[in-house]
Structures are given as C-alpha cells and as structure tokens.
Design a binder for this molecule. Sequence first.
Ligand SMILES: Cc1ncc(COP(=O)(O)O)c(C=O)c1O
Length: 437
Amino acid sequence: MPVPNQPALGDHLIRYTSESFPEIIVRAKGSWVWDKNGKAILDFTSGQMCSTLGHNHPAIVEAIKKSADNAIHLFSGMIPDTVAELAEDMAEILPAPLSKSMFVNTGGEANEAALKIAKFATGGYETVALGGSWHGTGAGAAAVSYASDRRGYGPTMPGSYVIPEPNAYRCPVEHCRDACDGTCLRVGMNMFDMASRGEGAAIIAEPILSAGGVIVPPDDYFKTLKAEAEKRGMLLVFDEAQTAFGRIGHKFATERFDVVPDVMTVSKTLGGGVPLAAVITSDAIEESVHGKGFTFYTSHVSDPLPAAVGLAVMTTIEDGNLIERARTLGAELRGRLEDLQQKYEAIGDVRGEGLLIGVELVKDRESREPDHELGAITTERCFELGLSMNIRRRPERGAVWRIAPPLTASEDEIERGVDILDRALGESLDSRAGGRT
Ligand SMILES: Cc1ncc(COP(=O)(O)O)c(C=O)c1O
C-alpha cells in the first residue's frame, strides 16, 4: 500500500519502510482490522503472513493469559515446560530425521541460527541462495536474501552466492516460458562451482519463494537441489516461514516436495502473530555442532509465553482441520481469481498453493511487461474499499499480489475480498483508460 508521506507514522517513528497505511490501526479480530476512525479492513495478508488462525484467535488469547499466570520469561538456561512440550510435539509431526528444535523469536533469527549450524557442521562458510529470496534482516540472513535491500549497507558476508530462481512465468535466464526445465539450477550451480573456494556450508531456500513473487518450483526441483548440496558437502536449509503449518495445504512444504532438508526453519505461522520461530535439525547434526561448542544464547531463546502460543497454534490447526481448509478455501479463492483472469487481460498469471496465491499484473500477456502502476493504484483503491492487499513490486520480477487470507476466513469473506478486488481493478483500468491517473 504505497503512501508516500506515511501519515500514520507521525513525527516520532523511524520510517522502516517506504510503504505504510495512512491511518493508525487500533484493533484486529479474525480476518479484519479496524483503523482509528472505525473503518473495517479485510485482511488478505494475514498480518505479515503470520495470523493463519486469524487475528486474536481465542486459543492464542487463552495461551497468553495462562502464560501471564504461569511464566512469561525465564533465565535463558532454564527450559520451561511449554518449550519441552513444543519440541516434543514438533518432533512428532516433522519428517525424520528432523527431531531437535531450538526456539527463538523471528524468522530472520532462526535463519541466522540455521546458517551458523550449517557452518559449524560442515566447517565451510559459503552459502547459495535463490534469486528473489527473502530470509531476514540480520547480517547472515540478509546476506542470503536477494529480493531487495542489498544496496547501501556495505559489504555482505563473504562467500554469499545466488543462483537464478525457477520462475517459469518470468524466467530469469530468459530461456523457458511457462515450464521450468531446470536450466537455472544447473547453470547456477556451475557458476557457483566456478566461484567457490571449495568451502560450501549451506544452500538455503524458501520452498515457495514468497517475497520473490509466489514462485512454486517444479516438483523435482528440491530433490535435485538436495543432491547438488550433498555433492558439495553442503547442507540444505528449508526456510518454511510461510509454508509450514498449513497455509499451502500441507503440514510442511517438505511433504509437498517430498524432500527432507538437513535444517529447517519455521517462524511466522508457528507463532500465529506472536514472535516465535524455530530452527530444527537431526540428532546427528545437533550432536555434531554441540560437540564443537555451538551456542545461540539470546535473551528470549526458549521463552515460555511464545512456546505456549505455539502449542495452541498447533492444536488449533489439528483440531480445526485447517490444513484441509487451506486446500478447499484456496481452491475456491483461486477459482475466483482465475475468473478475474478471464475478465481482465491485465492478469497474466495466477499461481500458488493452498491459501498462498500470487496474481501477476502485466501490460499485455504476450510481452509480460510488468504493470507496476496498475498494481499500485489498484492496491490503493482496494484499501479505500476496505481490503488490505500486498503487492510485490520488483522491476525485474513483476508486479505480483501475494494473497494470503487467514485459514479461518469464511467463504463470505473470501467472496467479499475478491468482489472488492474485482471492483478496484475494473475502476483502476477505467480511470487509466480515461487518462485520470
Ligand atoms: C521466507 C521468509 N523467511 C524469513 C523471513 C524473516 O522473518 P522475520 O521477519 O520474522 O525475521 C521472512 C519474512 O518475511 C520470510 O518471508
């Protein structure tokens, strides 16, 4: 939602983004948020992709209240009951051999830990990541993030390499169209080999590249990537910040792609809106790095309150059959968006899995030139009409709405959101045709 003067930020907040809503938000519940004027806004971004259960789900509220009576925070060397239980529950549902977890707060932090584990375990330091990836803002995670924000902050971590992402709609190698044949991966790894000092540590990837434009790699992509990592003695790290715990209609993307990484991180969707993240690995890797003296000692590692929330989130997903819900509601939403694609030439592609859907805007379907202006004005119009949408706008990667309502959204809310989008897009195209933008 581009608002150049960012009025809601006022005079005393550092402007940490170039895009923010014009009004202060005072309340959130279910699929909705309300601004200070009482305007209701339908949330098609699940907050920052975290509120898969909807805002302020009663189970999360209950877990927070219970923690307020029991323990909010402890000495980092103390293991609370909620953390012990959460680690056990995660081990039960994660694919073998992923069985050991450490709980921190943010996705970026979990990725810092994952990279440190990979470096410690392999003795190497080089990393390979995918173009368009986003793994966080700390030095390690930012070094392996290629979606944006690389310029102007000085040197990044030595040994950071990027390979072209498998974007079939907008092939970065300018080779395929509509079906990725894996050239990006083969050429990318060859280029890495040319540059490598032979000290590879990790290949890190989002199973579905979200910030990069909701890119779903081909079914066999990660099997090949894992084999490439193994050949070089590197670990495969899956960053499941957005794909874990149901959003894509699977418990984890490991299930969707039938690949088990060496290290996995989860974050946004585990905390359901509360800062909670985890790095998970096998007994063997944990044993190896522990033996070498691995530490990741933060003030809020193993905090009891977020862990209690994580337990509540996992139970609610299971009891509410929300993974299945992501599939059925996702199919409905996708169907409606594909109808819009029939109606509007400007919608070049609709893609995604479950309730993580990308809608790409183009000036025409043949050239696929991104229509950034249309994305900006339509997103703004959606907001005026009461719908919060996230547009990913990268010059070379297209204008893509990332549509991700809560898994608990009702059919009516989905219908309503798509109706608003339909109206906003129609009005934006009309106003542009009339020369009014
Ligand atoms: C795939 C992925 N990994 C990591 C992160 C960073 O998580 P956090 O913002 O919680 O540090 C994000 C955030 O958008 C993300 O989308």
